[in-house]
Write a protein of this length. Structure first.
Length: 82
């Protein structure tokens, strides 16, 4: 599962985030721009709940802001929307 959210107000240099839940971990990607470019930073979490909690508490992202998108295909980057 993969989803992203645009921040209503940038937090520092972060204006977009993406969460990618793989079989083994949950990755949180941070972006400086709304453009479809690679992430500037990333974090790894054990659970989706931990990643969502960080986004809510640190970046003020609420559930309604999340947009669910397709998982990347084999060989595609996880932090790019194709």
């Amino acid at each position: 599962m993969r989803m992203y959210a645009l921040l209503t107000e940038p937090k520092g240099d972060i204006s977009k985030v993406m969460i990618y839940e793989s079989k083994y971990r949950v990755y949180l990607f941070l972006f400086e721009t709304h453009e479809n470019k690679g992430a500037n930073a990333d974090y790894c979490y054990e659970t989706l709940e931990e990643a969502m909690e960080f986004c809510n508490e640190e970046l003020n992202i609420v559930e309604e802001q999340w947009v669910v998108i397709n998982d990347p295909k084999d060989g595609e980057q996880h932090d790019i929307i194709y």
